[in-house]
Design a protein around this ligand. Structure first.
Ligand code: ADP
Ligand code: MG
Length: 292
């Protein structure tokens, strides 16, 4: 590629809000066959809302929500923010939590008013030996609708299932369809529940899903996608995504995401709109055509 054509391509991309931090990414994109995307904040808006709270027998809504929100106040996860917002919207006073611990990729725990409160994914409850009873079935139904079910246990007893829903960005579906039209394989990588991830993937038109991936497992999940040695691009926004952005043949960060993700990427989309990924591939193809 001539420096001039690369400059022209990079300039055209910038006009469309696609910043090539490294000129060779314009060429590298041409070899890419698989595009893997993070779910939360990349395909979705990254701002979940609490949609459901179902109680086990013997528990009361205001009390459970206050205890759970008191614990979540210690977490910076978007799920935690959704729960705290919902509790405040209901006018609840949040008691103080002590001994807060974040269990990466699983949930949170703390002591509140002398009670041990645990909030998180079903796999966290399984690990702690909590019997979910009828709540397990309710959670699976909610997951089937693309909501993320979280369980709350109080003093070792399952108290509630809480669902949060994170809407897709309005243009994600179109962007995925356009990537497919370019002949690319498209996959999603997420720490979320498998059933939830599959429901979201169906809504957005993605057929390959790597779910329940721990933050430190994203690079391995990416490698699993290139069984045949294909070149791949990864699109992400979070701190967790930085290693995968650096590891992929082309890392594409969402400009509205974290600085850590942007620093690790080869390409940065100025807006959160995934049609920018399509623009990046199209400009890359046009640039390389002119050169050959
Ligand atoms: P992602 O960024 O894809 O949501 P994470 O690794 O951050 O992945 O979270 C994976 C899962 O761990 C979440 O879907 C949720 O089930 C659980 N989890 C993480 N943080 C919290 C939290 N603060 N409260 C409850 N559950 C949580
Ligand atoms: Mg994300």
């Amino acid at each position: 590629a001539t420096p001039t054509s690369i400059m022209v391509g990079t300039g055209r991309a910038a006009e469309l809000g696609v910043l090539f931090r490294k000129g060779d990414a314009l060429q590298a994109l041409q070899g890419v066959q698989v595009v893997a995307l993070d779910k939360t904040g990349t395909l979705t808006q990254g701002r979940p809302e609490l949609t459901d709270l179902r109680l086990a027998d013997g528990f009361e809504r205001a009390q459970v929500l206050a205890l759970v929100a008191a614990v979540e106040r210690g977490s910076e996860h978007p799920i935690a923010e959704a729960i705290v917002r919902a509790a405040k919207a209901e006018g609840l006073d949040l008691p103080r939590a002590e001994g807060f611990a974040s269990l990466t990729g699983h949930g949170v725990q703390a002591e509140v008013e002398g009670r041990r409160v645990l909030v998180g994914a079903d796999r966290l409850m399984a690990r702690e030996g909590i019997d979910l009873g009828d709540l397990a079935q309710v959670g699976e139904e909610l997951a089937g609708e693309g909501r993320t079910p979280l369980y709350a246990a109080i003093d070792g007893r399952a108290a509630a299932v809480i669902a949060v829903a994170d809407p897709l960005k309005p243009t994600s579906r179109d962007a995925i369809a356009a990537l497919h039209r370019l002949g690319l394989e498209v996959a999603m990588i997420t720490g979320d529940n498998r059933a939830t991830a599959q429901a979201i993937a169906r809504q957005v038109g993605i057929d390959h899903v790597e779910a329940e991936v721990l933050p430190e497992g994203k690079v391995a999940a990416l490698e699993a996608l290139r069984a045949g040695g294909q070149k791949l691009a990864f699109v992400g926004d979070g701190i967790n995504d930085a290693p995968a952005l650096a590891h992929a043949d082309v890392g594409i960060a969402i400009g509205t995401g974290t600085d850590v993700a942007i620093e690790a990427a080869d390409v940065v989309l100025m807006s959160g709109d995934l049609r920018g990924v399509v623009n990046a591939f199209e400009i890359s193809a046009a640039t390389m055509r002119n050169i050959r």
